[in-house]
Design a protein around this ligand. Structure first.
Ligand code: GDP
Ligand code: IMO
Ligand code: MG
Length: 424
């Protein structure tokens, strides 16, 4: 059984928790898109892991971890993460494979990201400033790209970096009057990255196809959320990769039909970090209640997340483009204590009621949400393990989301721990 887990909102839906649970029955967990902009949380007992590049299966000592070619790898972050796990007694030796074709995020990408965001002022995108956009831009541009396999030939890499950095310095100085970047410093870092990471660098496409032929079970771990997809999200307020499940085949060279089930992860409400339209946003005491109760602060940047009601229009759209078979609805516990809840079931755009999400910010910015209001529940549900033990209004809320998204809800999160999950 091969599965793919993908976010159905604007990221941070609880993918890390779900992947950690499903990894128990998987031989291999694969990250196929994005980079260290992702922050996936796994909570095991009193230990909390925040993973940015390593697949969330990495905390299980026997799970093979694969980072494929469409991931942009920041070696500094990855090495820190490997060392962090080692400190907690978890080693990646012999079970981490990184694609030789994955592009490398270097210091100048992070600098470009930061300078561009600063220069945009109020029009900034609110990126994670992890160099993601600039690295993907170099990948698409091809001439100034560095890939993990380039670390194998340091002589050639030195010459290449000199050329790239000469170009980068011209641009950074002309556009931002920035201090020049030192090619020798970047090269020295690359030498240490090579020493540390090359044992893990390989042809991951060959590895994955061999594993499929051998009947191993693979779990593909999406990063970000479908609404942040470069081509199908809320452009330009998106990330620079295909973060819906559409990015999976291209991201790792494994056809979509090799996946037996696509599981979408959504919160029982909506959050977003960074700029961009968010029709069901509650920039008020409701949003603050959700933020406080759900600890809605970014795993990567610590920024407060924008919070709002569950948006069935958005999630239905994501479920369609990401081929979702079932939904894992996380953070139901966070809604306990609210007198009434709203679910956005349609948008009113220029007097017309629409239920198909417009992935176009001009139209989306004009959308006013049409809500269904339902009664809330007072009981805390963090200890509930059986669906039938949930308060009646909580079950009604789940059923209504199922109906509006036309997708079964197979799992419900009632807390951050592995055990706080209801399976139906
Ligand atoms: P990801 O990026 O999709 O992996 O999600 P993040 O880890 O960035 O954010 C999700 C946060 O919610 C993390 O702090 C999780 O530990 C936490 N979490 C996940 N599921 C639940 C849940 O059902 N209830 C509560 N209260 N917290 C949850
Ligand atoms: P996980 O995997 C939430 C958002 C940023 C910004 C936009 C572009 O943890 O769900 P980028 O740095 O990618 O150029 O930023 O995308 N973003 C995320 N938001 N969760 C994420 O990842 C995100 N990765 C990027 O906040 O709005
Ligand atoms: Mg996250």
């Amino acid at each position: 059984m091969n599965s793919c887990v993908v976010g159905l909102q604007w990221g941070d839906e609880g993918k890390g928790k779900l992947v950690d649970i499903l990894a128990e029955d998987s031989d291999i967990v694969v990250r196929y898109s994005g980079g260290s902009n992702a922050g996936h949380t796994v909570v095991i007992g009193d230990k909390r892991f925040a993973l940015h590049l390593l697949p969330s299966g990495s905390v299980r000592p026997d799970t093979i971890c694969v980072i494929t070619s469409a991931v942009v790898v920041d070696p500094e972050v990855l090495i820190k993460e490997i060392e962090g796990l080692a400190e907690k007694g978890v080693t990646l030796d012999g079970r981490l494979f990184i694609s030789e074709n994955a592009h490398v995020v270097l210091d100048y990408h992070k600098k470009e990201d930061q300078l561009r965001e600063e220069s945009l002022g109020k029009n900034k995108l609110g990126t994670t400033v992890r160099g993601i956009g600039p690295c993907y831009a170099d990948k698409v541009g091809r001439s100034y790209a560095v890939r993990m396999g380039d670390l194998r030939d340091l002589g050639q890499l030195k010459a290449k970096l000199r050329e790239i950095i000469e170009y980068k310095n011209k641009v950074l100085s002309a556009v931002y009057s920035a201090e020049p970047i030192r090619a020798d410093e970047i090269f020295d870092k690359c030498r240490s990255y090579a020493e540390r990471l090359l044992p893990h660098v390989t042809d991951t496409t060959e590895y994955l196809h061999g594993s499929i032929a051998a009947g191993r079970s693979i779990l593909f771990e999406g990063a970000q959320g479908s609404l942040l997809d470069l081509d199908h999200g809320t452009f330009p307020y998106v990330t620079s990769s295909n973060s819906s499940s559409l990015g999976m085949p291209a991201g790792c060279g494994v056809p979509a039909k090799m996946v037996d089930r696509y599981i979408g992860v959504a919160k029982a409400y909506t959050t977003r970090v960074g700029a961009g339209p968010f029709p069901a946003e509650q920039d008020n005491e409701i949003g603050q209640y959700i933020r406080d109760k759900g600890h809605e602060y970014g795993t990567t940047t610590g920024r407060p997340r924008r919070c709002g009601w569950f948006d069935a229009v958005a999630v239905s759209y994501s479920a369609k483009i990401s081929a979702i078979d079932s939904i894992a609805l996380m953070h139901l516990d966070t809604l306990s204590g609210l007198k009434e809840l709203k679910i956005c079931r349609a948008y009113n755009i220029s007097g017309e009621e629409k239920t198909f999400f417009p992935a176009n910010v001009d139209r989306l910015s004009q959308a006013s949400p049409v809500y269904e209001t339902v009664p809330g529940w007072d009981e805390e549900i963090t200890e509930v393990s059986d669906y039938d033990e949930l308060p009646l209004h909580a079950r009604d809320y789940v059923r209504m989301i199922e109906e509006m998204t036309d997708t079964p809800i197979a799992m419900i999160g009632v807390g951050p721990a592995r055990s706080q999950t209801i399976f139906r």
